[in-house]
Write a protein that binds this ligand. Structure first.
Ligand SMILES: [Zn+2]
Length: 249
């Protein structure tokens, strides 16, 4: 074996854990289940407002994540947020809520916030994609010093939901001028529902080829394995460059 020989890149495997009893409890649960990655809701996912996180709770959460050596911790944004809407009031409310999600994630030292791109409510999908991109640009611009990523989740594409094709995810990223803090989260269930059947060797290869060509694996930061309840994440863009996510399915 030569020193330069490349070692395989292993994904960090984890799960979405309940925060009942306080955010630090989610880390305890992750440790019990031997996770090396974790996803949480930093507030109730079906409400606009969340409780204020006390500084002691934030400190304890960060200390426990460090002690548990979790390689990546993510949050999932509220399901109410719709950054693709043409309704000005709903867009404003969604931006405030998403800004709050990013701020919470930043305070907690999370790697990223998983976000459903949203549903367009008027006009075309193209207009919806533009509204999402502009909203995210504005939110990240207002938080230039932050590190937390926004991870666009690939969706099943029901109704007018955006993000069910790799093309749409790529369009949002392109409209954001390839912002360094935007990534992607894939989900096995959503992939199948939207026509990316990766279960056969041929389907797997064509799905990977399409994703690599349109979005790029350097943007792939998390993978939801729906049904199994686990997530896999990648720690850095550098590590995932040019490789296929074979261990993450
Ligand atoms: Zn989701």
């Amino acid at each position: 074996m030569t020193p330069s020989r490349q070692r395989p890149i292993l994904p960090l495997i984890g799960a979405h854990m309940s925060v009942a009893g306080g955010l630090p409890r989610a880390v305890e649960r992750a440790v019990v289940h031997r996770c090396d990655a974790l996803q949480i809701f930093t507030k109730n996912a079906s409400q606009w407002r969340g409780r204020l996180l006390p500084p002691e709770e934030i400190r304890e959460f960060r200390a426990r994540v460090k002690a548990a050596r979790l390689g990546a911790v993510l949050s999932h944004a509220s399901y109410l947020i719709n950054l693709a809407t043409a309704d000005a009031a709903l867009l404003r409310q969604s931006m405030e809520a998403m800004g709050d999600e990013i701020d919470r994630a930043e305070a907690l030292g999370l790697m990223g916030v998983v976000l459903h791109p949203g549903c367009y409510t008027a006009g075309s999908a193209t207009e919806g994609l533009r509204i999402v991109a502009d909203a995210l640009q504005e939110l990240l611009h207002a938080r230039r010093r932050g590190r937390t990523l926004v991870l666009l989740e690939h969706t099943a594409g029901q109704g007018t939901a955006l993000g069910a094709s790799f093309e749409q995810l790529a369009t949002i990223i392109r409209l954001m001028k390839g912002h360094r803090r935007v990534g992607v989260c894939l989900d096995t269930c959503h992939l199948l529902a939207s026509g990316y059947d990766f279960r056969s060797p041929g389907g797997y290869e064509s799905t990977c080829t399409a994703f690599g060509a349109l979005v790029g694996f350097e943007r792939l930061k998390a993978f939801h394995r729906s049904g199994a309840g686990s997530i896999a994440t990648r720690t850095s863009a550098r590590d995932s460059s040019g490789s296929s996510p074979s261990g993450d399915w």
